[in-house]
Design a protein around this ligand. Sequence first.
Ligand code: ADP
Length: 504
Amino acid sequence: MLSPSARFSALALLAIVAPATIVAVLGYVSIRQWEASSELLYREQARDMAAMAAEKVEMTLRRSEDAFLDRVQAALRSDASPQHAVDDVLAGSPLIRRLYLVGAKGELIYPRAWQDGDQAVFGPLLSESAVRRLARDGKREVIANNQVCLALLTGRSGEPVVAAFVRDPDTLRREILEATLGTLESSTIIAVLDHEGRTVYSRAPIGEAQRLLSVGFREGLPDWRLAVYQTPAGSPRQAVRRQVMLFTAALGVLVAVIVAGIVMTWRLMRRETEMARLKSDFVANVSHDLKTPLSVIRMFGETLEMGRVTDEGRRQEYYRVITREGERLSRLIDNVLDFSRIEGGRQTYDMAPTPVEPLIRSTLEAFAYPLAQQGFKVEVSVAPDLPDVTMDADAVGQALTNLIDNAIKYSADDRSLTVDARVADGRLVVAVSDRGLGIAPEEQAKIFEKFYRVGRSDTQGRRGSGVGLALVRHVAEAHGGDVVVESTPGAGSRFTVSLPLGGA
Ligand code: ADP
């Protein structure tokens, strides 16, 4: 069978571990799902964005080239020898680096001659059959790795003229790619790769970024691709990781709060259990302490009543025992009653200036018989010119009684009791010392707690209720003073009560 606190610990553990595990598992599963769906969404969005960007590049490029071709076409129409007009058009079109105009039979219309071996590149493209095919399909074409573009125009009298031109890569990068892609709002990096996969343009340095996807351009830049790169910081995985960290931290805080709550409850419960044990000890101790003197009184009373004791000396002895036990009973009952008044907040103190020495002497007088009988060496030293001190004489007398009672009760072989009183630092200081059992240092703070008795078994044989010192402390504090103990196990103890001279 588990003890109540072990049962509580097991339950508490279950109460934390079970919900925390459920929350953690649910959180993990939902974050995983969220991660998967957000990644998918992210990819879809990136793909849409890339397709849109590619389309935009194509449109811009086409628009510029169309405008250029329109101007060339106009020059062709207006002039039989269009050299100058086309020169002007070329000068105003930085995107076009070089232009050749070729007639249907492959004859060069513009410029007057081929430049630097261009014929080797352009010649085959502008063969009669190529021109015929272009005329038939009526389209523009980009060939030779996006290098050469072909377009069909018409001459002055409607004959077909093929325009072959080469784009200027710098202008293409600056005025088409940069101008269209540089303004896009996105956390990703967009780059344009050429037919060999080399980066022609990128909106930001690619560095550590990972390629997410790429889409191809259509007819304007057929072999080139637009690629989307993902920076580590902008990836959805990073966002998920941040969420996981946040979630873990929140769960950690939650568990810490639950654990703290349970620890506090557990400590409270342990204190309550300890208090309940002390209280039941207290009841047993008080009952025993009440019974012992009562049975002694009854036994001696009955013996005397029966007239069996004829010897006067013994009779006197019996009377003394009855008186002494009666005094013990009153002390005990006073203690318990005062204690219950203090606990119930009903204790009141009657303060009046009181001479100290008579109070000490009368208190000691009550112990004259046990002190003499047990062979105590008693020393009282009261400073001669002690002033009257404002106090509740009964309460302080009772506190002294408890201290003297303890000094007798917890004595050992060296039976010695010293009471001294003096004024120090504007306070009345009364100390009760013995050379008895002493108190271990770790117990010294606890003995002033209610019901507390050192070691239970150690003090067995010396009965007590465990409220005596609690009462002393209460009385001292109610007078605005305090009580301290100095003690060495095996050498004795010294309890010092100090009270302000003028009362609280
Ligand atoms: P009790 O009724 O047990 O004497 P007290 O409150 O008076 O209760 O004292 C609490 C505990 O302090 C005692 O159980 C005892 O162990 C210890 N104690 C008190 N006075 C002395 C003393 N003079 N010498 C040794 N131990 C003492």
